[in-house]
Design a protein around this ligand. Structure first.
Ligand code: NAI
Ligand code: PHE
Length: 357
């Protein structure tokens, strides 16, 4: 995809794009909506095939953040930043990384708080500490630097609540005894795997980094090849790597009953959710299931919530999903459609109240 195509098919508010010749990095900040408050969403740093792919990823992810904030009832809009790296993060030296973060901080400052960032794939709390030394508009600093620390734990707890709610909707009842396949054993996925194990699941795991599977295997998990994830029979699939795993074709054959994971924008193509619904596969829309991280960051840093309040709000993700499933069943639409409609209602309600004031 080229930059033209990525932007012309997007209905967001603004996009800032910058290229740094010295490092070869591309910077994109996509602000999708500020209707509910300043836009917020993490900084994703990874290698993209083309700058257009980086812009497309940022714009899609920013839209999902708008829906996530709206459904979670948080007073923020949706945005996302993407840094298209010249090489995988692990191969970038400290000096280059420091320059990349400095330029990103300059970009953030130019938006004057229209967009707040936080950690995402390829960035962590320590990077947020660095950014925050150069600009405001940064969530998710480490506890040592006075921030709320990683959002991964809250995200994993929310995903597990989503998984349980979806299992009930699919007629599976408990997670205990069920085959749960976790794809991606990173900050979130490793915790989801632990929660599933503790609940008595039969765990299957897949990660491109074999070292990450070792601990799970030692606890009895079965290893699945990364290219066989969508062909491996299981009751519950929990995608916790990157998005775009399931397209229409895969949806037609994927041998599971529930899909509930952390990966943002998991489905590819407009009809994929419909195919899953037609096959009776219960899909927990990612922007509902993975809202725990946003609840943690915005709850702690904007709303002044205690960790207990964050936990209570994260646990409500199961209830929100039960309402989404109910609504989808009654209307005969996909769960993705029902969740997006819920987000749109929240956004419409906010615009109505703004008009009225
Ligand atoms: P992470 O970077 O810590 O973990 C990702 C894991 O996936 C790594 O272990 C990596 O080796 C593995 N992986 C990458 N490609 C793979 C593939 N093709 N097959 C199998 N494994 C693969 O990221 P984190 O923080 O755990 O996030 C996971 C997903 O959840 C991301 O898509 C992120 O956007 C999303 N998310 C994360 C939140 C958070 O609070 N960390 C909040 C909401 C969403
Ligand atoms: N990147 C995470 C997400 O997609 C956490 C995050 C939430 C970061 C809100 C910044 C703001 O939910």
């Amino acid at each position: 995809m080229n930059i033209d195509a990525a932007l012309s098919s997007w209905e967001g508010e603004s996009a800032m794009i910058r290229h740094d010749r010295q490092t070869g990095a591309w910077f994109v900040i996509a602000v999708h909506s500020t209707r509910l408050g300043p836009a917020a969403g993490g900084t994703r740093a990874m290698v993209y095939a083309t700058p257009g792919e980086a812009v497309a990823d940022a714009t899609r992810l920013a839209g999902a953040m708008t829906a996530k904030m709206a459904v979670a009832g948080l007073p923020m809009g949706g945005g996302k930043s993407v840094i298209g790296l010249p090489a995988p993060r692990a191969e970038i030296d400290d000096v280059t990384w420091r320059r990349i973060l400095t330029l990103h901080a300059q970009n953030l400052a130019k938006l004057h708080g229209d967009y707040w960032t936080g950690p995402d794939v390829g960035t962590n709390s320590s990077d947020m500490d660095t950014l925050r030394q150069m600009t405001g508009y940064v969530f998710g600093r480490s506890v040592e630097a006075g921030g709320p620390g990683s959002s991964a734990e809250a995200t994993a707890l929310g995903v597990f609540e989503a998984m349980k709610a979806a299992a009930v909707e699919a007629g599976l009842g408990q997670i205990s005894g069920r085959r749960v396949l976790v794809q991606g054993l990173g900050a979130v996925g490793a915790r989801v795997a632990q929660l599933a194990l503790r609940a008595g699941a039969r765990l299957l795991v897949a990660d491109v980094d074999p070292a990450r599977c070792v601990a799970a295997q030692a606890q009895g998990a079965r290893l699945v090849k990364t290219d066989e994830v969508t062909r491996t029979a299981c009751e519950v699939l929990a995608p916790c790597a990157t998005g775009g795993l399931i397209d229409t074709e895969i949806a037609r054959t994927i041998p599971c009953l529930v899909i509930a994971g952390a990966a943002n924008n998991l489905l590819r193509g407009g009809k994929t959710a419909d195919v899953l619904a037609q096959r009776g596969i219960v899909f927990a829309p990612d922007f509902v299931a993975n809202a725990g991280g946003a609840i943690h960051l915005v709850g702690r840093e904007v709303l002044g919530w205690t960790p207990d309040e964050v936990l209570a709000r994260t646990m409500q993700i199961g209830q929100t999903l039960r309402e989404v499933f109910d609504n989808a069943r009654k209307r005969g639409v996909s769960t993705e459609r029902a969740a997006q409609d819920l987000a749109d209602r929240q956004l419409g309600a906010a615009s109505g109240s703004a008009d009225g004031n």
